[in-house]
Design a binder for this molecule. Sequence first.
Ligand SMILES: NC(=O)c1ccc[n+]([C@@H]2O[C@H](COP(=O)([O-])OP(=O)(O)OC[C@H]3O[C@@H](n4cnc5c(N)ncnc54)[C@H](OP(=O)(O)O)[C@@H]3O)[C@@H](O)[C@H]2O)c1
Length: 294
Amino acid sequence: MVLFHNSTLTSFCLHFRQVNMSDTSVLHCPTVPLSNGLQIPIFGLGTSHFGGYSHDAIVYALTECGVRHIDTAKRYESGIPRRDLWVTDKLWPGDYGYEAAKKSCIDSCSQMGVKYFDLFLMHWPGSMRPGCSNREVRAETWRALEELYEEGVCHAIGVSNFLVHHLEQLKEDCSVVPHVNQVEYHPFQQPNKLKEYCQQEGIVFEGYSPLAKGQVLSDPTVLQIAEKYRRTPAQICIRWSIQNGVVTIPKSVKEKRIKENCQVFGFQLEELDMATLGSLHDERHVTWDPTDVE
Ligand SMILES: NC(=O)c1ccc[n+]([C@@H]2O[C@H](COP(=O)([O-])OP(=O)(O)OC[C@H]3O[C@@H](n4cnc5c(N)ncnc54)[C@H](OP(=O)(O)O)[C@@H]3O)[C@@H](O)[C@H]2O)c1
């Protein structure tokens, strides 16, 4: 039985109350180890705020598809089954700074009805505080995340949209190396140097917008490969991320598509097709581009 309650706090926020499911509903999804020993499921469900949030879609993914990793953020919070789930939440720059970051994390926990997050990310390298450098604000905010980590409120901490120079500065200024960096990653946007840097530094590389918000699904090369494997273009792109060892979080609010997007573990793309998809990089950003953030 699944009981979710609509939150009165925000229309995006739901509180998890109780989920009982048989083991057979669990998606047997590989995990990727973080530097602190935790294992993040390589496949998760993305959620978003503008027309992209669906209570029913999340419940469907949890109960019918066995998804156990949900990607949320303060801007589009969603209720989540706790015990078996990997729950990622994000801190919006408006809540950067030591005190604000700690308060925001605790408030998000209580809004979602959870005691901890599996992963808590600084959403963006830029800050919104006049008179302070981004670097100073990032370091101050990260110290709050380090404490939340030590206190067990966040079982892992990370960043999102950080480039190499942001990560290098954080390394100089703070002590805990981020466990994860979540960045845009799909065949049209392959920041491979950043990915290699993260791998060298023990930072798990997680990719968002794996379908390029749908743009990649009509690409002729992707369509051709999909036909060869008798899979859908979305399955090909998600599988490509997974075979590259990238944690991936495709978003859909449609049950049929959620199911389709989960069915990516029963086949393997050949090396040649992986390379062909790897050649589609055209530097396109479909979300936002942190290149100019100091
Ligand atoms: N950290 C960050 O700064 C950041 C930024 C952006 C996104 N994210 C995270 O990454 C997640 C995914 O990224 P995204 O939402 O930007 O883009 P995406 O997952 O690449 O694409 C989502 C779009 O593709 C459609 N879609 C999904 N499955 C499909 C299928 N099988 N066939 C056809 N169309 C399909 C969805 O429509 P329907 O919903 O109508 O099916 C939606 O319009 C987000 O939800 C969020 O959790 C993080």
